[in-house]
Design a protein around this ligand. Structure first.
Ligand code: GLN
Length: 238
């Protein structure tokens, strides 16, 4: 098993006795993602608990956090759909003490992790959680937010099988965006705009090749990540 110096250091910190260390190596050899084996991962300035019940936070998702920290109004409230580990909402709250958030996920187990992460990062008094199916927008009634943010599942169902074994070890429901990958965007840039205040916004992470279609369908503004790939779709709500 070829580990980077950093991976080796993190593993040794976590598993000081040999038996546990060797067991961890075995899990890695079986294709388990590194973050699941050490049980935590780093995102923005925070540390997150992770498990196979949630997606592993990725650096490109930090662009959403940067945008929220910069653009949410003073004392604003935002909604995080498909919160998973909670990383987007929690890192944003950690850097803006005036904000509050509601975080939604269909997975009870993911929500348990997100709740732990809120406590670990000192924001649990400003975030609430709802278990609900995001594809069914009705659970919110007419509640309105300054911004809705989401990094929803956006991979086409038939592409998932072609991904690396590490990614396939992540929860399929966190990856699968339906046959064209757009199921979640259709509701989030559609029905959910009723849950945004005047002059608010809906902002989502997107796949590198989904910019043109999201611009066509909903008039989203598309922004790039550090690698120069389309990564964010923004819709201003009038
Ligand atoms: N919002 C979470 C993240 O960014 C989970 C995303 C998902 O489950 N698709 O990691």
């Amino acid at each position: 098993m070829k580990l980077s110096n950093l991976e080796e250091k993190l593993l040794k910190e976590k598993f000081s006795d040999n038996v546990a260390y060797n067991k961890a190596i075995e899990r890695l050899e079986n294709g388990e993602p590194f973050a699941y084996v050490i049980g935590e991962w780093y995102f923005y300035d925070e540390t997150y608990r992770v498990s196979p019940d949630c997606l592993i936070p990725r650096p490109e998702t930090e662009h959403l956090v940067e945008w929220l920290i910069k653009n949410l109004p003073q004392n604003g409230a935002f909604l995080d759909l498909c919160t998973g580990s909670g990383c987007i909402a929690i890192s944003t709250l950690a850097h803006r003490k005036d904000l509050t958030a509601l975080a939604v996920d269909i997975s009870e187990k993911a929500l348990e992790i997100a709740k732990k992460n809120a406590v670990l990062n000192g924001v649990s008094d400003r975030i609430s959680f709802i278990q609900a199916d995001v594809l069914n927008a009705d659970f919110l009634g007419d509640r309105k937010f300054d911004v809705i943010v989401s990094n929803p599942p956006y991979i086409q169902s038939d592409v998932i099988d072609t991904l690396s074994v590490q990614v396939k070890n992540e929860p399929r429901i966190a990856l699968d965006g339906g046959s064209d990958g757009l199921d979640f965007y259709r509701v989030i840039f559609g029905k959910y705009t009723n849950n945004v205040k005047t002059n608010g916004a809906v902002i989502c992470e997107i796949g590198y090749d989904q910019g043109p279609v999201l611009n066509d369908l909903f008039g989203c503004t598309i922004m790039k990540d550090y690698s120069g790939n389309d990564r964010i779709a923004l819709l201003n709500v009038k």
